[in-house]
Design a protein around this ligand. Structure first.
Ligand SMILES: *Cc1c(COP(=O)(O)O)cnc(C)c1O
Length: 393
C-alpha cells in the first residue's frame, strides 16, 4: 500500500473539505411536490391515498400480503410486539440499535441480550438458543442491511413455540438466498428515516403474512380505534402523513438503481480492503444480497498494527467521517446496564468496528482513496498513538 504521509502525522489531509459519512438520498423536491399535490389540495394530509399506494408498492417489493405504513420503525416494533404478546422476556442481540430493545421495554417486557457472530455481526443463534429457557419471544436484526440467518431463527422460534420478529430497519430490498427480506418470522419492521436506504423523512413499515397482526398494527397506529372511537386497546398515534408517503414513493422508485450503486461501492471497498491485513469487512454470504445500509469493518489491532480508535482518529484527520456502529453495545447502555450480562464476543466486536462512508453517489475514486488511507495508517499505530496522546495531553 502507499505510505503517503498521513495527515495525523503531519501530511496534508486527503479530503480538505471533508468526506461525509452519509448523504440522505432525498428524492428531487419537484417530484415530491407533484406527487403530494392531489392529496394536499383536497386537504388530505395524513393516512390517505398516497399512504395506501406506498403500502401496496412496499408489499410488492417485500413479497408479503401486508405492509402497514407507520410513523417510524420504533413505533412499528412497539405495535408488532404489542400484537404478539410475548409471554416472557424477549431474547435479542446486544449488537444492534437501541430501538430494538426500547420497543420491547415499552411493552413492559424484559430484554435478554445474546451474543453476535464476530464476522457477520448477526445474532449468534447458538448463543440465543442457550438463553431461550422461559423466554417469550425472539428478535433478530438484519445487521447493516445483510439478512440475518432467518430460516434458522424461524426454526428456533418454532421449536420454542415463541413469536419471532425482525428489526429490518436497514434491510428494505435485501434478499436471503434470493428471497426478499420482509416475509420472515411473524413480522419484519423497516425504517424510512433519513440515514436508511428507502427514506420518507420519518417513517416505517410493518410487513407480515398474518392478517390479525396487520389489523392490530392498522388499528394501533390510530390509537386502537377501529373507526367508531370505541378503542379496542391502548394504541399510539403512529400514522404516516401524505407528505412522508410522497417522499417514500419517490424513494422506492429509485430503489433498484440505488441498491446497485451501493453494491458497487461495497464491492470496491471489499476488493481494496482484501489487500490490507486486519481490516475485515462484514462477512455476507455470497448467496445473499445486502442493502449495504452501512459498510462496516472489524479492525483486528494485532494484524492491522493499529487500534480501532486510532484508525478513526487518523481518518478524521484526513477529513473522512466514520461511525462506530454499534458502540457501545446496547447491554452496556445506562438504560440496560443493571442486567449485568456478560457478553465478551459482543464487547470485543463493538470495540473493533468502524462504519465507513457509503451513500448513493459516493464516487468509487473516493472509496479507493479511503482504502489507501486505511492502508497508509495500518502498521503505524505506535506513531499515531504518540501524536494522539501528545495532543490529548
Ligand atoms: C434506525 C433504526 C431503528 C429505528 O428506526 P426509526 O424509524 O428511527 O424509529 C431501529 N432499529 C435499527 C437497527 C435502526 O438502525
Amino acid at each position: 500500500m502507499t505510505t503517503a504521509h498521513p495527515a495525523i502525522l503531519g501530511g496534508p489531509p486527503a479530503f480538505p473539505d471533508g468526506l461525509p459519512f452519509v448523504r440522505p438520498p432525498a428524492p428531487p423536491l419537484e417530484r415530491v411536490v407533484a406527487r403530494l399535490a392531489p392529496s394536499y389540495e383536497r386537504g388530505v394530509l395524513t393516512n390517505g391515498p398516497l399512504v395506501r399506494e406506498f403500502e401496496q408498492q412496499a408489499a410488492e417489493w417485500l413479497g408479503v400480503p401486508h405492509a402497514v405504513a407507520v410513523s417510524n420503525c420504533t413505533a412499528g416494533l412497539m405495535l408488532a410486539c404489542q400484537a404478539l404478546r410475548p409471554a416472557g422476556p424477549v431474547v435479542l442481540p446486544s449488537f444492534t440499535f437501541s430501538a430494538s430493545a426500547h420497543a420491547l421495554a415499552w411493552n413492559g417486557l424484559d430484554v435478554r441480550f445474546a451474543e453476535c457472530d464476530p464476522a457477520s455481526f448477526q445474532l449468534d443463534l447458538t448463543d440465543a438458543a442457550a438463553r431461550l429457557d422461559g423466554a417469550g419471544g425472539l428478535l433478530a436484526t438484519h445487521i447493516f442491511g445483510a439478512p440475518a440467518p432467518a430460516g434458522q431463527a424461524e426454526a428456533l422460534a418454532l421449536g420454542a413455540g415463541i413469536p419471532l420478529i425482525f428489526d429490518a430497519a436497514h434491510a428494505f430490498g435485501a434478499r436471503l438466498a434470493g428471497r426478499p427480506v420482509g416475509g420472515f418470522g411473524d413480522a419484519e419492521i423497516f425504517s424510512l428515516s433519513p440515514t436508511k436506504v428507502v427514506v420518507a423523512g420519518e417513517g416505517g413499515v410493518v410487513a407480515t403474512r398474518h392478517d390479525d397482526l396487520a389489523r392490530h398494527v392498522r388499528l394501533g397506529r390510530d390509537y386502537g380505534n377501529p373507526g367508531d372511537y370505541n378503542t379496542e386497546f391502548a394504541g399510539l398515534n403512529a400514522r404516516m402523513s401524505e407528505l412522508h408517503a410522497a417522499i417514500a414513493l419517490e424513494s422506492l422508485d429509485a430503489l433498484g438503481a440505488h441498491l446497485d450503486q451501493r453494491e458497487a461501492i461495497a464491492n470496491r471497498y471489499r476488493d481494496g480492503l482484501g489487500h490490507i491485513a486486519g481490516v475485515d469487512p462484514q462477512a455476507v454470504p455470497t448467496a445473499d444480497r445486502s442493502t449495504w445500509k452501512d459498510f462496516t469493518v472489524r479492525v483486528d489491532a494485532e494484524r492491522a498494527g493499529i487500534e480501532r480508535d486510532l484508525l478513526v482518529q487518523g481518518l478524521r484527520a484526513e477529513g473522512v467521517d466514520t461511525r462506530c456502529y454499534f458502540f457501545p453495545p446496547v447491554h452496556q447502555h445506562d438504560a440496560y446496564r443493571r442486567q449485568r450480562v456478560d457478553l465478551p464476543v459482543t464487547d470485543r466486536t463493538a470495540a473493533s468496528v468502524i462504519s465507513l462512508p457509503i451513500w448513493r453517489d459516493l464516487p468509487l475514486s473516493s472509496v479507493d482513496a479511503v482504502v489507501d488511507l486505511i492502508g497508509g495508517l495500518t502498521g503505524r499505530g505506535d506513531e499515531v498513538r504518540a501524536v494522539s496522546s501528545a495532543s490529548t495531553g
